[in-house]
Design a protein around this ligand. Structure first.
Ligand code: SAM
Ligand code: ASE
Length: 349
């Protein structure tokens, strides 16, 4: 099988070509999102010509026609061409569900952040690999020693990052909070819980537990202003999990926190959590797990490069997380792969 695959790739490198042209496919989707193509097609509810779309969005007709054709090529839009009339473009169900701004499952904010922040950072990937550090300074002229000072360089950037974080849990939130039965934990704190998207999923799955999001003061303020849904049963608390006290709880959730930091900082944080944790309590890590042999999943290997270019951490395998948890005092480490982007690890004090 492997021989057959490599043989045909040698005859003609289909996969190789598709992969190294991947950035252009990304740019097609990013551009359409930034221009508002999917929002317009959803709103219009009928198929539109390139000229009509161009006029509504204030672009050239020629440019828009090429963009719409490429979106048809990647099967995100549909087109009808009747003899003698202009081609008429319409959205697919996938575009309406995931790419338009307003829908409950929208990934729009995730795509905007990839387009405006991650893409420029990845442009300096060569330097990131040479230097082994993030590229905020070269890319955006920002000091980069304090990772979240760079990520939150302005109110606008902070809100965009929060949009990215929020939209991930549209897809994986329910799976990760139900990977283990957490109903035995009364007081749950989501450390670095950002907009409260995951905490809201927890409150839904465990209505008898109390859920608190703990995050930096500016994040809590913005979360309450822009994201807090009335009566979803989630409380907010400001603090700094490195410099300040961690409140006592039965379960600490760390979703995409450990992967931001060096092993040294993770151990300091996990030990601090261990001290604050009630006996019989635990910690739940939500991360994208590498395979133990590190051969995949490809998306996790790519996330790990993203942590290099944007933060100071990395993606890790289950045994690396287990070792850190054990070194911090936790035991009974259980790993659950969800089959989606993010997985769950539960450990008990
Ligand atoms: N847990 C959320 C999720 O998975 O969607 C957000 C993860 S985000 C990568 C990291 C979060 O940690 C951000 O919300 C950030 O504000 C927060 N954070 C960073 N440093 C922190 C600190 N010292 N104390 C508390 N929160 C912090
Ligand atoms: C972080 C997660 C992310 C810090 C910065 C980040 C993500 C993007 N930038 O903890 C989410 C997943 N990765 C990608 C590439 O989308």
């Amino acid at each position: 099988m492997a021989e057959h695959l490599s043989q045909s790739e040698l005859d003609y490198p289909f996969k190789l070509l598709e992969y190294f042209n991947g950035f252009r496919v990304s740019k097609v989707i990013f551009s359409a999102c930034e221009l508002g193509v999917f929002d317009l097609l959803l709103k219009s509810q009928e198929a539109m010509s390139a000229q009509h779309v161009a006029q509504e969005l204030g672009t050239s007709v020629d440019g828009m026609e090429r963009l719409l054709d490429a979106l048809v090529g990647i099967e995100i839009l549909e087109v009808e061409r009747a003899e003698g009339t202009a081609a008429l473009y319409s959205s697919s169900d996938v575009a309406n569900l995931y790419l338009a701004k307003g829908s409950a499952k929208s990934l729009h904010d995730m795509i905007i952040y990839q387009s405006q922040t991650i893409y420029p950072l990845w442009n300096n990937m060569v330097d990131a690999i040479r230097e082994g550090r993030n590229q905020y300074e070269k890319t955006f002229g920002l000091p980069s020693d304090d990772v979240f000072q760079a990520i939150y360089s302005s109110e606008e950037e902070m809100l965009k990052f929060m949009g990215l974080m929020n939209s991930s849990w549209v897809l994986d939130g329910h799976d990760v909070v139900t990977a283990f039965d957490l109903s035995c934990f009364q007081k749950i704190i989501d450390l670095g819980g950002c907009t409260g998207a995951l905490a809201t999923e927890m409150a839904r799955a465990y209505p008898a537990s109390s859920i608190t999001v703990f995050d930096l003061p500016e994040v809590v303020e913005a979360a309450q202003k822009h994201y807090s849904q009335e009566g979803n049963g989630v409380a907010f608390q400001s603090g700094d999990f490195f410099r300040g006290d961690i409140p006592s709880a039965d379960l600490y959730v760390l979703a995409r926190i450990v992967h931001d930091w060096t092993e040294e900082k993770c151990l300091a944080l996990l030990k601090k959590i261990y001290e604050a944790c009630k006996p019989g309590g635990g910690v739940l890590l939500i991360e994208a797990l590498l395979f133990e042999n590190r051969r995949g999943p490809l998306m996790v290997q790519i996330f790990s490069l993203n942590m290099l270019v944007q933060a100071e951490g990395r993606e890790r395998s289950p045994s690396e997380y287990t070792n850190m948890l054990n070194k911090s005092g936790f035991h009974n480490v259980q790993v659950c792969r969800t089959g989606k982007s993010y997985d769950a690890i539960l450990a008990i004090r």
